[in-house]
Ligand binder design. Structure first.
Ligand code: KG4
Ligand code: ZN
Length: 329
C-alpha cells in the first residue's frame, strides 16, 4: 500500500510517499526557517502564504521522486492538527482536492501521532519495528507528552508539560542568549564548546509524569539580566543538560512504573544528541529513536501513521476540518 503524506502544520511544507507504513519512497521538505529567522520566530501569516507557494511543487516532487502515478496510490494522509490554523488549512484543502480528483481515501492525521509513527519508518525491517506496549516521549516545539501506547492508535497520556514545551524552552533560551532561531539546534551547537558549569533548577513535579520548563528558562533569563553569563557556550550546555536531565529521569521513572517492552523517542527535540545518548544509556529497556531528519517535521511520518489508520478503516470525509488545538486523546 502506498500513501501520500502531506504536512503543513508549522513552518515546513512537506510531502512524502511511504509504502506499507515503513518504506520511504520519497520525502520532500521545503523549510521556511530562513524566512522566519529574520523575525526570531514563526510569523503565522507568513507561514501560511509560504505553504500556498510551496505545496504543489513539493507534492509534485514527492510523486516524481517516488516514481508513482496517482492510480498507484492507496490514500492521502494529511495533518489536521495541532498547529497553526492558516498553515493546516493549506495542507488539508490541497489533500481534499487531490482525494476528490483522484478518488482516493482521505485520512486526517494528528501531528503528534505522526511524530510517534516516525519510529515505524524502518524500511520493512521487522526486527527494528516497535513492539507494544511501549512508552513514548514526544518532545516538539509545541508539546512534551509522555505516552503509554498499548497498540496502534491506543494511547494513554501519562504526563504533559504544564507550561512551556521542551522545544519551546530551547527556542526561548536561544533567544535569551542571542543564539538565533530555531533554538534547539543553536543551543546544541553552542553547547559543544561549553561545559555545563552553571547551576540551573530542575522542576521534578514528583509523583507525576508532568513537565515544567518555564522555571529553568526564567532562571537563565535572570542570570543573563544580572550579567552573570560570561560564556554563552557554558550557558547553552547548562541549559541543555537541565532540560535533558528532567526529560530522561522522568521517562525512565515512567518506564519502571509500567510493564512495557520498549521506549520510543519522537518530535523535533528528539534530534538532540545528548537526549538520545542519555536516554539510551539510562533506560532499562531498548530505546528506538528515528534518524534526526525524521524527528523534525516531515510528511513521511504522516504517511506512515496514515497507513495504520487506513488499515483500521479510519477514513475521513471531504468535510474534514483543521483542529488547531487537537490533543492526542
Ligand atoms: O517537531 P518539530 O519539528 O515541530 C513541532 O511539531 O513543533 O519540533 C521543533 C522543535 C523546535 O522547538 C526546535 O528548536 C526543536 O524542536 N529542536 C531541537 C533540536 N532540533 C530541533 N531541540 C533540541 N535539540 C535539537 N537538535
Ligand atoms: Zn512536529
Amino acid at each position: 500500500m502506498k500513501i501520500l503524506g502531506i504536512e503543513t502544520s508549522c513552518d515546513e511544507t512537506a510531502a512524502a510517499v511511504v509504502e506499507d507504513g515503513a518504506r520511504i519512497l520519497s520525502n520532500q521538505i521545503a523549510s521556511q526557517q530562513e524566512i522566519h529567522a529574520r523575525y526570531g520566530g514563526i510569523v503565522p501569516e507568513v507561514a501560511s502564504r509560504q505553504h500556498v507557494l510551496a505545496i504543489i511543487p513539493i507534492i509534485k516532487r514527492a510523486m516524481v521522486e517516488a516514481r508513482v502515478t496517482w492510480s498507484a496510490l492507496n490514500g492521502i494522509a494529511v495533518t489536521m492538527g495541532p498547529g497553526l490554523s492558516g498553515s493546516l488549512l493549506v495542507g488539508v484543502n490541497v489533500a481534499k482536492a487531490l482525494a476528490l480528483t483522484h478518488r482516493l481515501p482521505l485520512i486526517g492525521i494528528n501531528h503528534l501521532e505522526g511524530h510517534i509513527y516516525a519510529n515505524w519508518l524502518t524500511d520493512h525491517n521487522p526486527d527494528s519495528a516497535p513492539h507494544f506496549p511501549l512508552i513514548c516521549l514526544i518532545v516538539s516545539g509545541g508539546h512534551s507528552d509522555l505516552v503509554l501506547m498499548k497498540g496502534h492508535g491506543n494511547y494513554v497520556v501519562l504526563g504533559r508539560t504544564r507550561d512551556d514545551a521542551a522545544g519551546e524552552a530551547f527556542d526561548k533560551a536561544a533567544r535569551i542568549l542571542g543564539l538565533g532561531y530555531p533554538g534547539g539546534p543553536a543551543i546544541e551547537q553552542a553547547a559543544r564548546t561549553g561545559t555545563a558549569s552553571i547551576q540551573l533548577p530542575r522542576a521534578w513535579l514528583k509523583g507525576t509524569s508532568d513537565f515544567s520548563f518555564s522555571g529553568v528558562k526564567t532562571a537563565l533569563l535572570r542570570l543573563v539580566e544580572k550579567g552573570m553569563v560570561s560564556h554563552k557556550a557554558d550557558a547553552a550546555a547548562s541549559f541543555q543538560e537541565a532540560v535533558v536531565d528532567v526529560l530522561v529521569t522522568k521517562t525512565v521513572a515512567a518506564v519502571k512504573e509500567h510493564r512495557v517492552k520498549q521506549v520510543l523517542l519522537a518530535g523535533g527535540v528528539a534530534a538532540n544528541k545528548l537526549l538520545r545518548q542519555r536516554l539510551v544509556k539510562e533506560s532499562p529497556l531498548p530505546v528506538l529513536v528515528p534518524e534526526s531528519v525524521l524527528c523534525t517535521d516531515n510528511a513521511a511520518m504522516i504517511a506512515a501513521c496514515g497507513y495504520y489508520q487506513l488499515q483500521a478503516g479510519k477514513i475521513d470525509s471531504l468535510d474534514l476540518d483543521v483542529v488547531p488545538s487537537l490533543k492526542l486523546t
